[in-house]
Design a protein around this ligand. Structure first.
Ligand SMILES: Nc1ncnc2c1ncn2[C@@H]1O[C@H](COP(=O)(O)OP(=O)(O)O)[C@@H](O)[C@H]1O
Ligand SMILES: [Mg+2]
Length: 283
């Protein structure tokens, strides 16, 4: 299989603190991959290393088959990056903000319109950035990452601080990009975001990847009780184990019309993360 992003045994230490401690990742082309971890886990550091903005102390990584440490301007045009610390010039309008980067990337101004249309900001092209809502600013930062129509997008907490509606708009844009076959590497500390968007996720904690898989696979792995939880029409609750006896009982309950809802007991990602790290992800 061809991988868009490949990392082997990446390590990084700041002072005496090992932030990344042997990170291995293989991200196939065309998927949305989610790197999850609490604040300070090293998510941004890993993006910086993968995209050649920061040197790792050890290990190797590549993007589209090319080493992160040997990326040229041309390679950089093939991936887009959205990070918190990439500023927006408040006094410039949306168009002017992107124009600066069109110059830096050496691309045609027509890309500005395409990118603004993609994120639904073309009508606000002349609005000064300081007048944009938080959600619109998020979309402007996303537009910047889209400008070169990259194959791979690195989105560092793309919906951080946004309300659910604004986050949902960003999710739709990300999903439509995925539908075009693009690879998206995103970091988040919102589990519902990961469950909604990501094909595979990795949980990063104390420098190591402590879990990897599809969100559903990971949740099933931590389903310690493996039971069915049944809520009856009369208001009572029932828990049944995964056995053939239960199957008969459940079928009878459904037939009798006494059952209101039935659920399996696997935890959500948030609960798995708490169990693995002892921390709340959003903390
Ligand atoms: N340039 C740097 N110098 C020293 N420490 C840093 C530097 N960049 C990040 N760190 C530290 O590395 C840890 C991981 O940071 P970061 O990658 O930003 O985490 P995350 O993005 O998961 O919140 C934090 O403890 C942070 O303070
Ligand atoms: Mg970060």
């Amino acid at each position: 299989m061809e991988f868009a992003i490949n990392a082997g045994n990446i390590t990084k230490t700041f002072g005496n603190r090992t932030v990344l401690d042997g990170i291995d990742l293989k991200i196939p082309k065309g998927e949305i991959f989610g790197l999850l971890g609490p604040s300070g886990a090293g998510k941004t550091t890993l993006i910086k290393i993968l995209t050649g903005q920061l040197r790792a102390d050890g290990g190797i990584s590549s993007i589209n088959g090319k080493s992160s440490t040997a990326l040229t301007g041309d390679d950089h045009r093939r991936f887009g990056i959205m990070m918190d610390d990439f500023g927006i010039y408040e006094r410039m309008n949306c168009y002017e903000n992107l124009k600066i980067f069109a110059r830096i990337y050496g691309i045609d101004d027509s890309c500005i319109k395409t990118a603004l249309e993609k994120v639904g900001l073309w009508k606000s092209a002349k609005t000064p950035a300081k007048k944009l809502s938080k959600g619109m600013k998020g979309r402007l930062r996303l537009a910047r990452a889209f400008m070169t129509d990259p194959d791979i997008l690195f989105l560092d907490e793309p919906t951080s601080g946004l309300d659910p509606t604004a986050a949902d708009e960003i999710h739709k844009i990300i999903l439509s990009d995925k539908a075009k076959g693009k690879t998206i590497f995103l970091t988040t500390h919102t589990m519902t975001e990961a469950e909604k968007l990501c094909g595979h996720v990795a949980l990063l904690n104390e420098g190591k990847i402590v879990e990897y898989g599809t969100p559903a696979e990971i949740c099933r792995r931590y389903d310690h009780c493996r039971k069915f939880r049944i809520h009856m029409r009369d208001g009572s609750d029932l828990e049944l184990p995964h056995t053939t006896d239960s199957a008969v009982q459940i079928s009878e309950l459904i037939g009798s019309g006494r059952m209101e809802t039935i659920h399996t007991t696997e935890p959500d990602l948030e609960t798995v993360f708490m169990e693995l790290t002892g921390k709340e992800l959003s903390a």
